[in-house]
Design a protein around this ligand. Structure first.
Ligand SMILES: [Zn+2]
Ligand SMILES: [Zn+2]
Length: 176
């Protein structure tokens, strides 16, 4: 995922504003603050990670507002929701960012990205062949980091420690 671009953030805000007006929902500053926070992140995150990072920056938002706003943002295609094989849903920004697929380390659960135009070609070709209007796809490669020790696992634990959040049981398991 590339660095945040102000033009993307501005366009995303315009889309959100139009969506809220169209649905008769309130255009609260919290919703726009959450959108901005997401578009300034360059990772895949769960609801609590987003909530905690906003709290650490002294935004006054409730967890319920974060949940509710994420639903809105997924609904207007500004955020993509992933179910990466764990119970917890993870999210990432989607407007103005390249199409990509994911690799997941089964040791540390780190999510990585790759972009290969051949995946899009397969999607188009299969759609044409089977007369099927493919709207989106989900492709995930599962495996383990070829590093010893797994850099990602270590990084993950440090991040969790900094946020003061206890690591989930799956993340403290070692594979040796
Ligand atoms: Zn790993
Ligand atoms: Zn991604």
């Amino acid at each position: 995922m590339s660095a945040p671009k102000q033009a993307n953030i501005d366009s995303a805000k315009t889309i959100l504003r139009a969506y809220l007006e169209n649905k008769g929902l309130r255009k609260t500053p919290e919703r726009f603050a959450i959108l901005e926070e997401i578009y300034n992140r360059a990772d895949h995150f769960d609801v609590d990670e987003l909530y905690i990072s906003m709290k650490n920056k002294n935004y006054r938002v409730s967890r319920a507002t974060v949940y509710n706003t994420l639903d809105v943002l997924v609904d207007c295609n500004l955020v993509t929701k992933h179910q990466f094989g764990r119970n917890l849903a993870q999210y990432e920004k989607s407007y103005g960012y390249r199409q990509h697929d994911h690799l997941i380390c089964t040791d540390c659960h780190k999510v990585m990205e790759f972009c290969d135009p051949r995946v899009q070609n397969i999607q188009n070709m299969v759609g044409d062949m089977l007369k099927f209007n493919v709207m989106h796809h989900s492709l995930i490669f599962y495996g383990s980091c070829q590093r010893d020790p797994c850099d990602n696992r270590r990084e993950n634990e440090v991040e969790k420690d900094l946020q003061g959040v206890p690591a989930r049981p799956a993340e403290v398991q070692t594979t040796t």
